[in-house]
Ligand binder design. Structure first.
Ligand SMILES: [Zn+2]
Length: 257
């Protein structure tokens, strides 16, 4: 998760267990505009084989659908789902298997917004990261006519747009939300935790780490200059925060709400 950063340094942010595992979140965000409900990321879901869940020691607790239910929201109430990319820990809850065995969209009324080239790549991934793609979590969306393929930077609905943030995958996208003069930015795996605000923190499984670095410099500069609220997909503690600049370094600032 931390690439070239040595353990004695990253361990200050994340304590490892006896198997060298660290505790990570699978954070989705729900955006409500006057007309739409938009879900960003769907976590691991129920389609992933048991051996993977064991390998990653997935702690299910109540899951995304129940969390939405607690807010009074049913799967049918979601108008859009946005995936930053199609690795299983970001789109695993896109689909589910019905009693008859058929795979169906988990949010049946939603349009799923995915970068077109990420979609193409996900259907035929290269050896390097093919274990991260489970086609059952996204390919059936096309059969059910639920797919909305984005080509680069696009507005999804007024105030919510996707923007290319390449590096982790070639066609990874971030999500920008603008409301009342404020901006929230969901980085996905471009900056997966608050520790990754540090420029040298680039996961070793990023396909194009030098591009990740370029992406991070660009968006973190903007986040600092425009005082964005930053959302981190994998941070177990800080779902949101801000960034400041200290000389040539970016520093994470927690926010209380
Ligand atoms: Zn990923």
């Amino acid at each position: 998760m931390f690439g070239v950063v040595p353990k004695p340094i990253w361990e200050k942010h994340f304590a490892a267990d006896e198997l060298n595992r660290i505790h990570f979140g699978l954070n989705s965000i729900l955006i409500e505009t006057p007309a739409y409900r938009i879900l960003v990321e769907t976590g691991i879901g129920t389609m992933i084989p048991e051996k993977f869940l064991k390998f990653y020691a997935v702690d299910r607790k109540q899951g995304l659908v129940q969390s939405l239910k607690d807010l009074g929201i049913k799967p049918d109430d979601i108008h859009y789902v946005i995936n930053t990319h199609l690795h299983f820990d970001h789109c695993g809850g896109n689909t589910l298997r019905k009693a008859a065995g058929e795979i169906a969209p988990a949010f049946p009324m939603a349009r799923y917004v995915i970068q077109k080239e990420e979609w193409r790549y996900g259907l035929e991934p290269k050896y390097r990261d093919r274990v991260s793609y489970f086609q059952d979590t996204f390919a059936p969306l096309s059969d059910h006519d639920r797919l909305q393929l984005a080509e680069g930077d696009e507005e999804v609905v007024p105030g919510v747009s996707v923007t290319r943030t390449p590096g982790h995958t070639a066609h990874h996208q971030g999500v920008k939300v603008q409301s009342g003069g404020q901006t929230l930015f969901f980085f996905g795996d471009a900056v997966p935790t608050s520790a990754h605000v540090g420029l040298s923190y680039i996961a070793s499984y990023d396909l194009y780490p030098v591009r990740t670095l370029e992406t991070k410099k660009r968006i973190l500069n903007q986040a600092e200059e425009e005082d964005w609220i930053c959302a981190f997909v994998h941070d177990p503690k800080h779902f949101f925060g801000k960034v400041a600049k200290d000389k040539n370094k970016f520093v994470f600032l927690p926010v209380s709400s």
